[in-house]
Design a protein around this ligand. Structure first.
Ligand SMILES: NC(=O)C1=CN([C@@H]2O[C@H](COP(=O)(O)OP(=O)(O)OC[C@H]3O[C@@H](n4cnc5c(N)ncnc54)[C@H](O)[C@@H]3O)[C@@H](O)[C@H]2O)[C@@H](O)CC1
Ligand SMILES: Nc1ncnc2c1ncn2[C@@H]1O[C@H](COP(=O)(O)OP(=O)(O)O)[C@@H](O)[C@H]1O
Ligand SMILES: [K+]
Length: 539
């Protein structure tokens, strides 16, 4: 269930299903029923429903939902953008089965309709949104948003691009979004995610085999992607078998960032962690650290000597390391060694003038390299792929292009952190709370990734697991968290994961909304919603 389908891939899934014998109208019927279910689930009988339909199949879903809600006793008003006679295909069939009035829809007329509505079903535009909203369509969307009425969006909140999550001129904010078969990148990528509310994924009878034909590259980041590479500590383990991570400290007055990373690496399960520091910094760090060991070095050659022991299998470089030639030399020394590497913060910025000199050393290196830039650091290494440089190119594509170019696993951080590999795999993370936007939180993330590399996880899995664990720690630590709080939260998060991994996979794949049959809320309504107890789940 963690595959994400672009609108083009989704349309292919529709097409494959239809070609295999399921009529399109049946899919639309199930889609509309799922929307009606979700609306009825949240809004009691007696609520006045306003269904706003657009000119395509998204509007067709709206006609079906309107009919089913009316059959269930809701007072339903339906308004259509454009001419009814121009509806075609399945949408025309759905409209023909609607027995109520079809009112014209425009930016002025919708205002009094909204005043009377208890809930709005937004069936204006879904996967077929093709351009910036203008004219009446835009005025309607803006009026709905201004009204503050709760919105149930069909497939996507109208105005959100399902591929990129971008707002095309204007977009609704939904309380609930009902999508079909699999979520779309636009449900997870910002700003789309902030418009979706709770996302429900409904089963409309598209079979899973279509995924094999389509081969989608994008995933939601969840334990299913990496849990089998993250075994619980086993009988017979000793500290050396769990790996040894080195974390580079900054100078005397800047040791805090590396200390955060080092503690996180240890909590993530590295058997040993050593903070390696310039002499003066080592003395300061020593007053703060207990389980984390400390070794001092004088120069890049001394640093390289510390890496010579092959048991030291992971290195975290960058947090508060300082920008410039000194850090470049340490990165070069680490890249010449055999340990897995996490390069963060100053280790990235130090290569802003000549990123290719970094990538040349990364490409073809047998041990993994993980880069963890936020958008600012990313723009320094990949200026042509920066957010502001590329218009509507989604974050996922930018991260994959950066991974291909650099040969590294790229963790492009933010609310919707994307983890990308040079082979084209990419996952979007959606469990991180905004409380993580606090100083030092990225240092903790780098440390977790380093700890997981030390434990022997491959680069992509280590990076994706680190991002997810970091998000869970943020959720557990909650509002008011500071970076110091995060690493200790790894204890309950890991305990929960290990417990889940030990359980047999008892549950069938979650079926969000039963396809036929009784009308009222199914047993498991929510899949992959922001409200779930276990975001991401293990599915
Ligand atoms: N058989 C299928 O393909 C199924 C499709 N489903 C629904 O169909 C939707 C996709 O349907 P469509 O491909 O018809 O696309 P949409 O209905 O999302 O939008 C396409 C229509 O909107 C117009 N349009 C696009 N951008 C516009 C803009 N900026 N301003 C004004 N008009 C604009 C297009 O000219 C076209 O008429 C999905 O989101 C989903 O809701 C579901 O019924 C499930 C089955
Ligand atoms: N609004 C947000 N929602 C969720 N996660 C966030 C948000 N803002 C930042 N984060 C996460 O917090 C971390 C911040 O890292 P970074 O920007 O490097 O900060 P620092 O250098 O201060 O540690 C990243 O993992 C990022 O994904
Ligand atoms: K919609």
């Amino acid at each position: 269930m963690n595959e994400l389908l672009t609108p083009a891939e989704m349309s292919r899934a529709d097409r494959l299903t239809i070609d295999a014998g399921t009529p399109g109208i049946r899919l639309m019927e199930r889609a509309g029923r799922a929307v009606a279910d979700a609306t009825a689930f949240r809004h009691v009988l007696g609520t006045r429903v306003l269904v706003l339909c657009g000119p395509g199949n998204n509007g067709g879903d709206g006609f079906v939902a309107a009919r089913i809600l009316a059959e269930r006793g809701y007072a339903v008003r339906l308004a259509l953008l454009g001419d009814r006679s121009r509806l075609s295909g399945d949408a025309a069939l759905a409209a023909a089965a609607w027995r109520g009035a079809t009112e014209p829809l425009d930016g002025d007329g919708v205002v009094p309709m909204l005043a009377q509505a208890g809930v709005v079903v937004d069936a204006l535009f879904g996967a077929g949104l093709a351009r910036t909203l203008e004219g009446e369509a835009r005025r309607v969307v803006e009026a709905v948003d201004r009204s503050g009425r709760p919105v149930v969006a069909v497939d996507l909140p109208s105005g959100i691009d399902g591929r990129t999550g971008a707002v095309c001129g204007a977009a609704l904010h939904a309380q609930t979004t009902v999508t079909f078969f699999r979520r779309k990148p636009g449900h997870l990528l910002m700003p789309g995610r902030a418009h979706c509310g709770t996302v429900i994924t409904a089963d409309i009878g598209i079979p899973d085999w279509t995924l094999r034909e389509i081969g989608p590259a994008l995933r939601q980041n969840c334990p299913a992607l990496w849990l089998d590479r993250l075994p619980a500590p086993r009988l017979g383990d000793h500290k050396y078998s769990r790996g040894h991570a080195l974390v580079l400290s900054g100078p005397a007055l800047r040791t805090g960032a590396a200390r955060l990373s080092a503690e996180a690496a240890l909590r993530a399960g590295a058997g040993l962690v050593t903070l390696v520091a310039p002499e003066a910094a080592a003395a300061i760090a020593a007053t703060h650290l207990t389980a984390v060991m400390i070794e001092a070095f004088a120069d890049a050659a001394g640093f390289a000597a510390l890496l010579a022991d092959p048991r030291r299998n992971a290195v975290v470089l960058g947090p508060a390391a300082g920008v410039g030639e000194g850090t470049r030399a340490l990165v070069a020394a680490a890249l010449a060694g055999r340990a897995g590497l996490v390069l963060d913060a100053d280790a990235l910025t130090s290569f802003a003038d000549a990123p290719e000199t970094l990538f040349d050393r990364v490409r073809g290196r047998p041990a993994p390299v993980i880069l963890t830039p936020h958008e600012g650091e990313f723009a320094r290494l990949f200026p042509d792929l920066a957010e502001r440089a590329v218009g509507d190119r989604p974050k996922t594509e930018r991260a994959v292009a950066a991974a291909r170019r650099s040969g590294a696993i790229v963790v492009l951080k933010g609310t919707d952190t994307v983890v990308a590999a040079p082979d084209g795999r990419a996952a979007i993370n959606d469990n991180a709370p905004p409380d993580l936007a606090t100083a030092g939180s990225g240092d903790v993330l780098a440390g977790i990734a380093g700890g997981l590399l030390a434990r022997g996880l491959p680069g992509y899995e280590a990076a994706a697991a680190a991002v997810w664990l970091h998000g869970e720690c943020g959720r557990r630590a909650g509002p008011g968290l500071i970076a110091e709080d995060l690493a200790a939260e790894l204890k309950p998060v890991l305990a929960d994961l290990y417990r889940r991994a030990a359980l047999p996979p008892a549950e069938p794949p979650p079926v969000a909304i039963r396809q036929e049959g009784p009308t009222l809320p199914p047993r498991r309504l929510l899949v992959g919603s922001q409200d779930e107890d276990e975001p991401g789940g293990t599915d």
